[in-house]
Design a binder for this molecule. Sequence first.
Ligand code: ATP
Length: 221
Amino acid sequence: MSSAPIGILGGTFDPIHHGHLRIAQEALEQCKLAQVRFIPSGTPPHRPAPQVSAKMRWEMVRLALNGSPDFLVDVREVFRTDPCYTVNTLKALRAELGAQQPLCLILGGDAFLQLHTWHEWQSLFGLAHIVVLQRAGGLPLGNAMEKADPALRSEYRARLVPGAGALHEAPAGAIFVADMPALEISSTDIRRRCADAKSVRYLVPDAVTNYINTHSLYRTC
Ligand code: ATP
C-alpha cells in the first residue's frame, strides 16, 4: 500500500474540545496517519439537534485546528439539512481518494459500542478501518465488548488487529484499539458549565473559549 492512512473524525463538535483533539493526535501518532480530517455533522442522525448552528460549530472547529498542519476540517456535511450518515460520507471520500487509499474512522469507545445502531453499519468495514480510543468513565473496551451487541462483538473479534501496521496494508476492514489518556471532557459537560456561568478554559482551546464568550453560546442547557 503506497500512501499512509487518512484519519476521519466525525462529530457534532457542539463544541469541539480537547478530548476530540487528543483522540485525533493519539490516532495520528500511533497509527502513523497522513492527516486527520475533522468532519462536523450538519444534521446528526443519532442524537437531538445541536444547540448551536452548523456554521458556528464549524467555525469553532476551524479555530481549534488553526496552527495544526496535520488536522484539516472537511465541510461536506456541515450545511446539509438531511441526516448525515457516516456510510455515505465514507462512500464519497472513497470515490474521491480511490479504492487503494487506507481510511481510518476514529471513534471514542462510547461511539464504537453503539456502532450497530448506525445506518448500514456493516458496510462501514468495507469502506474504512476503525480506530477506537477508550473514553474516560466507560468500562475498559475489552470488558465492555463482553456485554456489547452480539453482531458488533463478532465483528470486533474477527477484525481486531494487534498493531497499527495492518492499517497500512489494506484500504479498510480492520479494527485497532489505540491508547488514550483518560480525559473526562465532553461537549455536554462544557455546555452545562456555560449554562451555569462557569469557565470552560483549559477544557477547550482558548480561541474556542473566546468564541463561546463573544457569541454568548450555551447560556441555557
Ligand atoms: P456530547 O457530550 O454532546 O454527546 P461529545 O463530547 O461526545 O458530545 P461528539 O462530537 O459527539 O462529542 O464526539 C465525536 C467523537 O469524539 C465520538 O467518537 C466520541 O466518542 C469522541 N470523543 C469525544 N470526547 C472524547 C473523549 N473525552 N475521549 C475519547 N473520545 C471522545
